[in-house]
Design a protein around this ligand. Structure first.
Ligand code: IVH
Length: 689
């Protein structure tokens, strides 16, 4: 049996390790150990504390979610008030020049005095929070409230993983109040909403509401389910700590104490520097993994800040410049539907054009009937439209008291569109599915057009020049009904189409001819079988080796293919059970579409066998397609989205949400050099990152 001292020491050691790895994971986005190992350490500490409750301390990492639901929040008086900041909606760079001129005037600087140094930061779109550490331990977290008095939200804030319960370092300040913003990242927001939609719950309107809702939860267990993050941007009360001389150095010092501080910050000289920072962030706003509503400029020197002081409740030394809003009001002029390649009828709100998130938006997806019901959106309604990041515009809510026609009918898709608006086939909603689909299959021109575009696309048969306009004409004139018809086209027919000169007609025919020589994987992908993406098509092609084996296989044979589950298996067998589809395949073969058959391969070979990669951003010396080819040649697989199962994310410049998701999930991230190293035959994928 271990002595009490040995137990306490083991617990101390485990807490140190857990805090360290927690910091690497949530603050540095750079974990050192796999999740499973972290879980093991965590469970060991939990077990130890369960057996010896006397060793539990409030700053133990096991104590993040604890305590009972509250009746209400206690009030907290801020010893140093939480101020707000002057916010200007900037239209052009003159804002930065005006700010600088104001500061210089206040400081009575002359024209030939050197430029002012500014610290530039992001304006995070969340909720201001003050964290109070006493002797290094988090003792209280409070909202801003009216600036003088806020609410005690300590229990909920403790569930935010990137906020340390204990500061790093051996000589913590006696008192340190850290001010910053609690926010919900876009990936966390989307994941939460996806789960809510699946379970029939209410999705969050936007990440900011998500953050506010989570912080103001009375039950900390509920708060923990809406994951938040935090960035520090300033100080409150401080005692027993030498405050650095500049704002930027304060942030560095907070970072050294283990506080999360955004890397997206800079020290610049004069107004030109402010404009540069503003424009740089403006360009990259969409690829940040969280919402911002602008940038903040602060005079860097704390001594100058003190000289400048405050006007009313705002410091003279800081200003926020807002970017164009990512949410705006507009009117739904009509609700229509679009028919996709798989026949799904997607309701679309046709909007009175509105400038939001930096672009003019005139359509927003309404997803499906469930979403329309949830929003209760009707034609003529005034709605909030959101466009943030690279996500397609969405209607987030309806302003009900602005509904002009109170008798406007609810929009019911099956009533409005009992048949497909494009081909007149009846539509149906399959059990367990949110989507309503046209049953017309390739009889439906909308599906046919989408199917042809998919067939011709670069990653499928790669028919250059066969774009949307041309496909519209070919289908509308009835010249082309199936992909096989493409190979029957003659020059006269093509040249007779609108905007088709003899030259472009012969180019198109040459491209069609060239596409005949392809690979089995591309061919399978080109068929547009539901649930069969590029990666699945490649797996199936490699597994079966030739088309006949595949066409005659039953569902059980497909399930043997790595990564193919029953749903995909069913989609494929259903596709080939349809005589019409077999006929098109035969016609394509008869027209001369060909590929090299391979020996059926039951197990992928190569150094990177079974490894999954996701590519994102621009690599310095090769295109993503080249990288993909290299990875596949070594037996690896490239997929489109990052999940826990992803082995590596290869990230280049301007990598966006995929990179942040990988960081969040702790997926190993490679740059181009690391990828090339991994691909080297002598390394054989056996690198330990
Ligand atoms: S500084 C004395 N810096 O914007 C200055 N505020 O009114 C105190 N905000 O609700 C604020 N990002 O929560 C500062 N980098 C940043 C910020 C920031 C977001 C929020 C803050 C407050 C509002 C300013």
């Amino acid at each position: 049996m271990s002595s009490p001292a040995a137990i306490a020491e083991r617990a101390h050691k485990l807490r140190e390790q857990i805090n360290y790895h927690n910091y690497r994971y949530y603050v540095l986005d750079n974990p050192e150990i796999p999740d499973a190992e972290f879980d093991r350490l965590f469970r060991e500490l939990q077990a130890l504390e369960a057996e010896h409750p006397e060793i539990i301390s409030p700053d133990s990492p096991t104590q993040r979610v604890g305590g009972q639901p509250l009746e209400g929040f206690a009030q907290v008086r801020h010893r140093v008030p939480m101020l707000s900041i002057r916010t200007e909606t900037d239209i052009e760079s003159s804002g930065a020049y005006n700010f600088d001129a104001r500061i210089r005037r206040e400081l009575k600087l002359k024209e030939d005095d050197p430029p002012i140094e500014y610290a530039c930061e992001l304006k995070f779109d969340g909720l201001a929070i003050s964290l109070r550490y006493e002797h290094g331990v988090l003792v209280q977290a409070a909202t801003r409230g009216d600036g003088e008095t806020g609410e005690d939200v300590t229990q909920n804030v403790r569930t935010i993983h990137c906020i340390p319960l204990r500061l790093k370092g051996n000589e913590p300040p006696a008192v340190l109040e850290v001010r910053g913003e609690a926010y919900m990242s876009r990936p966390d927001f989307e994941r939460y909403n996806e789960k809510q939609r699946e379970s029939g719950g209410t999705p969050l309107v936007n990440p900011r509401n998500g953050a506010a809702g989570s912080i103001r939860q009375l039950d900390p267990a509920m708060a923990a389910q809406r994951p938040l993050s935090f960035y520090a941007y300033g100080l409150g009360e401080v005692a027993g700590w030498a405050i650095p001389a500049s704002h930027y150095a304060v942030l560095d010092a907070l970072s050294d104490l283990g506080m999360p501080v955004s890397h997206e910050r800079a020290v610049v000289q004069g107004p030109q520097g402010l404009v540069q920072f503003h424009d740089d962030i403006g360009r990259r706003r969409d690829s940040l993994p969280f919402d911002i509503d602008g940038v903040v400029y602060k005079v860097n020197s704390l001594e100058l800040q003190a000289r400048l002081g405050f006007v009313s409740r705002e410091p003279r030394w800081a200003v926020a410049h807002k970017f164009p809003a990512q949410e705006e009001l507009t009117v739904v002029e009509a609700i229509e539907v679009q028919v996709g390649r798989t026949g799904a009828l997607t309701p679309v709100a046709r909007l009175k054009p509105v400038f939001v998130g930096g672009v003019t938006v005139s359509n927003a997806t309404l997803h499906n009937q469930d979403e329309i019901d949830r929003l209760d959106v009707r034609e003529g309604d005034t709605v909030i439209v959101r466009r943030a990041g690279d996500v397609i515009p969405e209607v987030v809510s309806v302003i009900k008291d602005r509904r002009l026609h109170t008798d406007a009918p609810r929009f019911e898709m099956l009533k409005r569109y009992p048949v497909c608006p494009v081909c007149g086939s009846h539509v149906a909603r399959q059990e367990g599915e949110a989507a309503i689909r046209c049953t017309g299959g390739l009889y439906c021109p909308a599906q046919r057009k989408q199917a042809l575009l998919h067939f011709a696309s670069r990653r499928a048969m790669d028919i250059e020049g066969l774009g949307e306009k041309l496909v519209d004409q070919l289908v509308d004139t009835g010249i082309v009904r199936t992909p096989a018809d493409l190979y029957k086209l003659g020059i006269a027919k093509v040249a007779s189409l609108e905007r088709m000169a003899e030259k472009s007609a012969s180019n198109l025919l040459a491209a069609i001819e060239k596409s005949k020589h392809t690979t089995l994987a591309r061919f399978i992908f080109a068929l547009g079988i539901r649930n069969v993406g590029e990666a699945t098509a490649k797996d199936i092609a490699a597994h079966f080796g030739n088309l006949d084996a595949l066409m005659n296989a039953d569902e059980t044979a497909f399930v043997e293919v790595p990564d193919v589950g029953p749903i995909v298996a069913q989609s494929i067998t259903q596709f080939f059970a349809e005589p019409h589809n077999r006929e098109v395949v035969e016609q394509l073969r008869a027209a001369g579409v060909n590929w090299q058959d391979a020996v059926p391969r039951r197990k992928p070979l190569g150094a990177l066998a079974d490894k999954t990669f996701v590519l994102t951003g621009t690599l310095p010396s090769m295109s993503r397609d080249e990288a993909k080819e290299k990875i596949e040649a070594a037996g690896g697989k490239v997929v489109g989205s990052v999940s826990k199962k992803t082995d590596y994310v290869v990230a280049g410049a301007e990598a966006g949400s995929k990179l942040s998701k990988a960081q969040e999930l702790g997926v190993t991230i490679l740059d181009e050099d690391a990828l090339l190293l991994l691909l080297r035959p002598e390394v054989q994928g056996r690198l330990d990152f």
